[in-house]
Design a protein. Structure first.
Length: 283
């Protein structure tokens, strides 16, 4: 992945996500009763969205229906994206010998259909849970599960980054030679991994007040599941942590350098950019 091409994504997140939340925070007070609809009603719609609350306070009519339509489009888009990611991840694991061989199969268009069917098979379960438990409750289940597994994933990324920096130091490679050097390292990575671990541990405290078995399981099942699968893999295949001096920091570097050269050549061929063109490219 070319790091130079990732910079526009940073500005998009800054403007549309953080900027949007900032504007909503300016408009909607924290004491607005409409913000608590999602936690007080079993079934919720667009009225629970802070964007709808802000539009209502500003007197914009009909926006609730627009938000409902947008949410439907976003959900379909997210589902399509997740099915793509899940099926390709399973396909990649099968190619590496870490998943059953049947998931290596693809059709003439290159679609890994067994992996896609396997991932799609879980979709009806979501609908049955929603029907029996209520959409608000099922949504909370998925928030608990996804946030736990997401936090574990980020802690693994941070651990990998810390090991990467240590391997660079042991092998005598300066971080100044990298295309991008993250600031405040390695202290930033240590702070992030400790902070994420604390949040993961305490985020399900509401399951104890009073104790709710379903809330406790969905909030913390990811931790023992991660430990179990990691331990099983290491014991089953007798894998161990690679010593820092033996970490491979060279494989794939030529392809990345070639891609960066092509990108820089494309940028140079486009000629000088005006201030507005640079702003558009960033967004």
């Amino acid at each position: 992945m070319n790091l130079l091409r990732c910079s526009p994504a940073f500005f998009r997140i800054l403007v549309f996500y953080i900027g949007g939340v900032f504007v909503i925070g300016l408009i909607v007070p924290s004491t607005a009763n409409d913000l608590f609809i999602a936690t007080t009603q079993a079934t919720t719609g667009a009225a629970a969205s802070p964007f709808v609350v802000a539009a209502t306070m500003l007197g914009i009519r009909g926006l609730r229906h627009v938000i409902n339509g947008a949410i439907l489009i976003f959900v379909l888009s997210a589902a399509n994206s997740d099915l793509y990611i899940g099926s390709r991840t399973l396909y990649g694991l099968a190619l590496e010998g870490k998943a059953p061989k049947i998931f290596r199969r693809v059709n003439r268009m290159g679609v890994p259909w067994p992996a896609l069917l396997f991932c799609t098979a879980f979709c009806p379960n979501n609908e049955s849970l929603t029907s029996s438990k209520g959409s608000s409750r099922v949504f909370k289940y998925f928030v608990n599960l996804v946030s736990t597994f997401g936090a574990i994933t980020w802690m693994c990324i941070l651990y990998t980054h810390i090991r990467f920096m240590k391997a660079l130091k042991v092998q005598g490679i300066s971080r100044d030679t990298l295309p991008y050097k993250a600031p405040f390292q390695p202290y930033g990575a240590y702070f992030a991994i400790v902070g994420t671990a604390i949040i993961t541990f305490f985020k399900g405290f509401d399951a104890f007040l009073p104790f709710k078995a379903d809330g406790f399981v969905t909030a913390y099942i990811g931790i023992p599941a991660f430990v179990f699968f990691l331990s099983f893999w290491k014991i089953r295949f007798r894998e161990h942590t690679i010593p820092l001096a033996e970490v491979d920091l060279i494989s794939g570097k030529k392809q990345i350098d070639d891609e960066e050269e092509r990108y820089l050549a494309e940028q140079e061929a486009r000629g000088p950019r005006t201030r507005w063109q640079k702003l558009w490219d960033a967004l």
